[in-house]
Structure formats: structure tokens, C-alpha cells
Write a protein that binds this ligand. Structure first.
Ligand code: UT7
Length: 338
């Protein structure tokens, strides 16, 4: 007996501290105009000293809301999948912190590290466990704390103005009707471009922390994220399009069947490009990068929670999720909302 899975609950949490483009212009050579024109971002959230926010704790807060919205008890959760590129510890990953802090039974906790595609990968993993009948309710979390790891000087402006902190979560639950819920997921990678969007050190393959400290080189950029922006942009627009088409074709659907597209929030220009390629209206594409920046693995579940709360998802709607990012990795999910 095979099942489908459905998104039965959504939740998100973002830190209270709002950082506007002008706030960034006070500390580096950038401008509100440049950031809005190139990315669409107006403001983002950063954790603040003393607010207690970590990747794991924000994930817990988002998860609590998702559990409440699903109307289940936390003891009903059979498994946790946690996606992030900014874990509290190098190891173990934040999945186990969340298991503890949410007060879950000793259920399995899996960490996924596929950066901007992390949520789609995590959703796909959870979907497989539910499809086979192994689990009934899986908690899927995406959470990122970028701000403390960015180069907040002019040197790092090409990256640091883009990323924001926050967390989103969904509960994926068994759906008996196989024409409803997650219809298919599609995952891809191309390691050839791993270094075009990466944080190289510290890592066992390159240089460990002790060596970085020993060298004490103020010009060492290897422990900051690096992004070859235009290169990533070009690949993003074509991969987003490709993987959405792949998902639609798999289900014998076309772009005209899409009710709502929630793209990973990488850049408003990328979203608008895809919108135009698929001939979708403004109402059919959900964007919130203007308020949160790029929150990597958290961006889709935050957007999903907001879209749901805004009443944008009705029974029977065709929802398309898609992401592209570091790896390169990319993916999509085709969902019949139920
Ligand atoms: O989420 C994972 C996937 N990520 C993406 O998909 C991101 C894809 N890439 C992008 O979104 C864009 O490439 C960026 C928003 C990162 C950059 O926009 P761009 O239009 O590609 O700008 P650029 O990197 O080509 O830089 C243009 C100019 C440069 O100056 P010169 O060399 O023309 O004098 C930069 O130094 O803009 C300068 N610049 C800035 N100026 C003001 C770069 N960052 C900033 C900044 N403020 N924050």
C-alpha cells in the first residue's frame, strides 16, 4: 500500500530585529537604490544580541506553529528532517537540538544540507518516508542564521546585503487519496559549480579552524560565503524553469494549471523572470524577499506559511515549489493542495 503526503501544517518565525537597506548603507558602501533595483529586497531580519535566537531555536519556534496549525500533538511526530547551511554546531546538526528542545520522543532526526534547495530536498525525503507507509507525520524544518557569518563590510557587500535570518516549518502527513498532496518531487545537482557559491573553510578538506587562527590573515576570505553572482543568476533562471517543466510534465500538467508558484526567494528578478516565462500573473507567484531577503533553506517554508495564512491556498489548487542554489543543487515539488 502506497500513500501520498500532504502539507497539513505550516509555521514560521523570524527575528524581531529589522535591518533596512539604509541601515546597511550606514556600515558599508551600498545604497537602498542598488539593493532594491538588483534584488527587490527592502529589509531583512537579523538576530540581535541577547534575543536568544539560534538556527535550532528559530526552527523550534517555526515547528511549534506548524504543529499547532496541523492540529496534531507533538507526540504524533514520527520523524524530523532539518535543512540548514548555518548549523549551531559543526556537528551534530540542529535536528537533534530540535528533537530535544521541542520535547519530542526519541524519534529520528535527519539533517539535510543542500543550501537554497535544502527545503525541497528535505520535503522530498519526508515524502518518501510517508509514501512507503513507514511514517504518518514528519516535521520538516528550514532555518538559517546568516547574519553572524557574513562579511558586513564593503568587501562583502555583494553577498551580505542579500541574506537574512529566519525559519519555516511544515508538517507532512499521510494522505490516503493519491491524487492529492505531494504529487512528485524532482532533485538535481551539478558539483562542477560547487565553488561558485560556497563557504570553503573551515572544512576538513581545506583548512581547519586552528590553521585559520594560526595564519591570522585579515585578508582571508575563505570563511565567508563567496558567490559568483552573475554566474549563479544565469544558471538559476534556466534551472528553475527546467525543473518546473520537469515536474509539470511528469504529472501531465502545463503552466496554465499552476494556481500558485512559490519559488525559493533568491532574487526578485529571478522570480519575475520565471513568472514571465510561465505567463503567470502577480497573484500566482508568491514573493516575500522584499521583507526577509534570501533566507536560504527557510525561504520556501516561510513563504508557504505566509501564503497559507493570507488565504492563497484552496483545496484542489496546484502549488509548485522550486529552488536553486549552492552545490549547485536544484529541485521542485508539485503539490495538489488538500
Ligand atoms: O539563493 C541562492 C541562489 N542565489 C542567487 O540566485 C543569486 C544570483 N545572483 C544575483 O542575485 C545577483 O547576481 C546579485 C544580486 C548577487 C548581484 O547583482 P548583479 O546585478 O549581478 O551585480 P554584480 O555582481 O555584477 O555587480 C555590479 C556592480 C559591481 O561594481 P562594478 O564592478 O560594476 O563597479 C559591484 O561591485 O555592483 C557592485 N556591487 C554593489 N554595489 C552596491 C555589488 N554589491 C553591491 C552592493 N551595493 N551591495
Amino acid at each position: 500500500m502506497m500513500y501520498n503526503s500532504r502539507i497539513s501544517g505550516t509555521g514560521y518565525y523570524v527575528p524581531e530585529h529589522v535591518v533596512t537597506n539604509n541601515d546597511l548603507a550606514d556600515i558599508m558602501d551600498t545604497s537602498d537604490e542598488w539593493i532594491q533595483e538588483r534584488t527587490g529586497i527592502r529589509e531583512r531580519r537579523h538576530v540581535a544580541k541577547g534575543d536568544g535566537n539560534t538556527t535550532a531555536s528559530m526552527g523550534v519556534k517555526a515547528a511549534e506553529k506548524a504543529i499547532e496549525s496541523a492540529g496534531i500533538d507533538r507526540d504524533d511526530i514520527d520523524f524530523v528532517v532539518f535543512a540548514t547551511l548555518s548549523p549551531d554546531y559543526y556537528f551534530p546538526g540542529p535536528g537533534v537540538q530540535l528533537q530535544q528542545d521541542l520535547g519530542l520522543k526519541t524519534v529520528g532526526a535527519l539533517d539535510v544540507r543542500n543550501q537554497c534547495s535544502g527545503f525541497i530536498y528535505a520535503l522530498s525525503v519526508a515524502d518518501q518516508f510517508i509514501k512507503t507507509g513507514m511514517y504518518r507525520h514528519v516535521l520538516v524544518v528550514g532555518s538559517e542564521l546568516h547574519s553572524l557569518g557574513l562579511d558586513m563590510t564593503t568587501r562583502g557587500r555583494g553577498v551580505s546585503v542579500i541574506f537574512g535570518d529566519g525559519a519555516g516549518a511544515v508538517i507532512l502527513s499521510r494522505e490516503e487519496d493519491r491524487s492529492k498532496g505531494v504529487l512528485s518531487t524532482h532533485l538535481h545537482s551539478q558539483g562542477e559549480h560547487a565553488k561558485e557559491l560556497a563557504l570553503i573553510a573551515p572544512g576538513m578538506g581545506k583548512r581547519w579552524v586552528t590553521q585559520i587562527l594560526e595564519e591570522n590573515d585579515p585578508d582571508d576570505l575563505s570563511y565567508y560565503p563567496y558567490m559568483n553572482g552573475q554566474f549563479v543568476f544565469k544558471h538559476a533562471v534556466s534551472r528553475f524553469r527546467e525543473v518546473i517543466v520537469e515536474g509539470l510534465e511528469k504529472n501531465k500538467l502545463t503552466a496554465s494549471d499552476i494556481d500558485l508558484l512559490i519559488p525559493h526567494q533568491a532574487n526578485l528578478r529571478i522570480s519575475q523572470f520565471i513568472q514571465q516565462k510561465f505567463g503567470l500573473s502577480d497573484e500566482q507567484v508568491f514573493n516575500n524577499i522584499q521583507r526577509y531577503g534570501n533566507t536560504t533553506a527557510a525561504s520556501i517554508p516561510i513563504a508557504l506559511a505566509e501564503a497559507r495564512e493570507a488565504g492563497k491556498l484552496k483545496e484542489g489548487d496546484l502549488l509548485v515549489l522550486a529552488a536553486f542554489g549552492s552545490g549547485f543543487t536544484w529541485g521542485s515539488a508539485i503539490v495538489r493542495w488538500s
